[in-house]
Design a protein around this ligand. Structure first.
Ligand SMILES: *Cc1c(COP(=O)(O)O)cnc(C)c1O
Length: 460
């Protein structure tokens, strides 16, 4: 059945404020045409990220009071640990304040103080993962399959690792490779899944070369549901069993609980290796906290424990995956150039194709983001030359793609709001030729997209 129904009803509502096109024109001008500078109260539908923006359930809110804030040995930690091990049966579970803290600790273990000359392959490194490895001197290599790099190509598992390239890399440089990482779903492209066959293949390669396999697991449940929908032999298997099988091939994991754990904050590192776990806990005490709380409050751990039970609910996952696919399909039928197939957490629009009159260095993605905000109060994020154009030598170069990403928070927006997003594009499409490019008027030395100021080209 293709109908979407939200498998929840709403008990507490958070009002969002309606604004007019004229008001939004003024608000975005005052924000120097940078959507990160808007106040969230001036945004109607906020699709900036799916990270930490989930709605908690009644069970999670009531669990807050169960939070035990003891420094050591809190029962909240043990409930959290049991919930993790129920899905991911690793020997050691180490709580951190976010996913990147888990990555940082893992990086410090594999780099051993000198990462230079080491390589860590991944399908596609997430940006903080890449930054952690590179900061330690490690070469972070992306080995996603070729199909994963073609936005318009329909392929069921565009997140798969290219096992032939991985094999060749290991055959040539095994001594330089301390571990292999696979990101599920692959964040690049809005969360394209990795197949079970690919995970099994990775395990075989890791066994052959005696290397540990770590899963960067932020969207593990969405990945498992795609396996159930698309991979032969899994249609009759429960998502929970699929999750357990996925993790059975790994030696450890890093996790951002801000994604598939329905938490507003949190993360963990889990692994089997006793020696690495001891090093990780020593590091944890230095940077996060005592091993039974890491960077978290007892109440955060309670919310994660319940979130992990709720995230593998198949009614929820059907709604989640279908509601994103629905927006993608409707935009596609309007002729809006979307990335296909839809990923698990976001919709991507090819802004270069949609705004052919704007050259890459006048930032078609950012121009579209501004136009979409003015049209409907929707906040999305540019992933293109505005984000990546500035080079280390100070020059400016177009990014490989000019994209607009709309990331969907979990359990937050309804079907009517999804239809509203589509309607905004319908309106926008009619006067797309009037959308003007952008000029940067001020930018910091790096990571400019967060704080740079812009103005429309036409006001020259
Ligand atoms: C969000 C994310 C991280 C980092 O997690 P934070 O909780 O934001 O620190 C790492 N990897 C992937 C794939 C992610 O999506």
């Amino acid at each position: 059945m293709k109908t979407i129904i939200e498998p929840f009803r709403i008990k507490a509502v958070e009002p969002i404020r309606m604004t007019t096109v004229e008001e939004r024109r003024e608000l975005i001008r005052k924000a120097d045409y940078n959507l990160f500078s808007l106040k969230s109260k001036d945004v109607l539908i906020d699709l900036l990220t799916d990270s930490g923006t989930s709605a908690m359930s009644t069970m999670q809110w009531s669990a807050l009071m169960q939070g035990d804030e003891s420094y050591a040995g809190s029962p909240s930690y043990y409930r959290f640990e049991a919930a993790v091990k129920d899905l991911m049966p690793f020997k050691h579970v180490i709580p951190t304040h976010q996913g990147r803290a888990a990555e940082h600790i893992l990086t410090s273990i594999v780099a051993r103080g000198h990462g230079e000359g080491k390589i860590v392959p991944n399908n596609t490194h997430f940006d903080t993962t890449r930054a952690n490895f590179e900061d330690a001197g490690i070469d972070a290599q992306d080995l996603v399959i070729e199909e994963g790099l073609d936005p318009a190509l329909e392929y069921p598992f565009k997140g798969n690792m290219d096992l032939d390239r991985l094999n060749s890399l290991l055959a040539a440089k095994a001594d330089c490779i301390p571990m292999i990482v696979i990101t599920i779903t692959n964040n690049a492209g809005g969360g394209q899944p990795v197949s079970m066959a690919n995970l099994r293949g990775l395990r075989a390669i890791c066994d052959k070369y005696q290397k540990p396999l770590f899963i960067d697991s932020a969207r593990f449940a969405e990945n498992a549901y795609f396996i159930k929908l698309r991979e032969d032999g899994y249609e009759g298997i429960s998502v929970k069993e699929i999750v357990r099988e996925m993790f059975s091939y790994a030696d450890g994991m890093t996790m951002s609980a801000k994604k598939d754990a329905f938490s507003n904050m949190g993360g963990w590192l889990a692994l089997n290796n006793d020696e690495w776990a001891e090093q990780a806990r020593t590091r944890l005490i230095m940077t996060e906290g005592f091993p039974t709380y890491g960077g978290l409050s007892g109440r955060d751990m309670e919310c994660i424990a319940i979130g992990l039970k709720e995230i593998v609910n198949e009614d929820y996952l059907q709604y989640r995956i279908r509601s994103i696919e629905y927006i993608n399909e409707r935009l596609d039928s309007l002729g809006v150039p979307v990335m296909k197939p839809a990923g698990g957490h976001a919709i991507f629009i090819d802004a270069r194709k949609m705004l052919p009159h704007i050259t890459p260095l006048q930032y078609p993605g950012q121009s579209l983001a501004v136009a979409l905000y003015i049209q409907g109060g929707i906040r999305a994020v540019e992933i293109g030359s505005f984000m990546f154009g500035r080079q280390a030598d100070g020059s400016e170069r177009p990014a490989p793609m000019e994209l607009l990403r709309m990331a969907m928070p979990r359990r937050v927006y309804t079907q009517a709001q999804a239809d509203y997003i589509v309607e905004c594009f319908e309106e926008l499409r009619n006067n797309i030729a009037d959308v003007s490019g952008m000029v940067i008027t001020r930018e910091p030395a790096s990571l400019r997209h967060f704080t740079a100021r812009l103005r429309p080209v036409e006001s020259d």
